[in-house]
Design a protein around this ligand. Structure first.
Ligand code: URA
Length: 237
């Protein structure tokens, strides 16, 4: 790739800026100052430094965010804060987007990436990628609900969901549950409980496909996925 393209992709400035930075001697490739920014570099093999800092180039970025309440799963919005607003400046040039959506008041696992193919595979309705949620539910969740969910329940718009796996962690006036669904209809978990006369008070996604939320991430924190986690994510039949 051309050096000016690489550096402008990474957010170091326009190609014109990069040309000037090169003339000023700010760009070093494999230990040697490069004055011509149109030079080509092997992104996987050569080391590029800008103003003394190593430039870590990669095409795709994969982030795991523990989404807090109050931010929306979008890349930009005129009014609301978005999940992209939570990211450090260094990730902005990669133009990552949320892979799927969580409601504004839902917390937990949200993947952010610029890998469109991976996102498409994970979100494709034909793939039925499982998503697991933890929820606090107002009302006593019963074994009848477990049975109903295992068969699929009818939502308010008449749609009957695919079979879902409901695990009761604690049943009482406020029940605690885990639910695994294989599709992603609008407000699906909330509407499934509504269908059995109960109300979700708190919702958090804890797993998507084979990837679990890292418990070390506090709300609003994120980190890059490790190689093996990216492979897990891509293991979609
Ligand atoms: N189901 C919901 O109701 N909300 C979410 O954010 C995700 C799944």
């Amino acid at each position: 790739m051309r050096l000016d393209k690489l550096l402008s992709n990474m957010g170091y400035g326009t190609r014109k800026d990069i040309k000037k930075f090169a003339k000023d001697g700010l760009i070093v490739v494999d230990g040697k100052i490069v004055k011509d920014s149109s030079q080509h570099v092997e992104t996987e093999e050569q080391q590029v430094e800008f103003d003394g800092e190593i430039v870590r180039y990669r095409e795709f970025v994969y982030l795991m965010l523990n989404k807090p309440q109050g931010v929306i799963s979008a890349t930009e919005d005129l009014v609301e804060r978005t999940v992209i607003d939570l990211l450090d400046q260094e990730y902005i040039p990669f133009e990552v987007f949320p892979v799927g959506r969580l409601d504004k008041d839902t917390e937990g696992l949200l993947i952010l990436s610029n890998d469109g193919k991976m996102a498409h595979e994970l979100l494709s309705p034909r793939k039925h990628v499982p998503k697991t949620y933890y929820a606090d539910v107002e009302g006593i969740v019963t074994s009848e609900d477990v049975l109903a969910f295992s068969k699929g329940v009818q939502l308010d718009d008449g749609y009957t969901t695919l079979p879902a796996h409901l695990v009761i962690l604690q049943s009482g006036e406020l029940s605690k549950i885990e639910l695994t669904i294989h599709e992603g209809k609008f407000h699906q978990v909330k509407r499934m409980f509504q269908a059995v006369g109960k109300k979700v008070k708190y919702l958090k996604r804890i797993k998507m496909g084979n990837l679990s939320l890292d418990p070390a991430l506090s709300l609003g924190e994120y980190r890059e996925l490790r190689e093996e986690e990216i492979s897990l994510l891509k293991m979609v039949e």
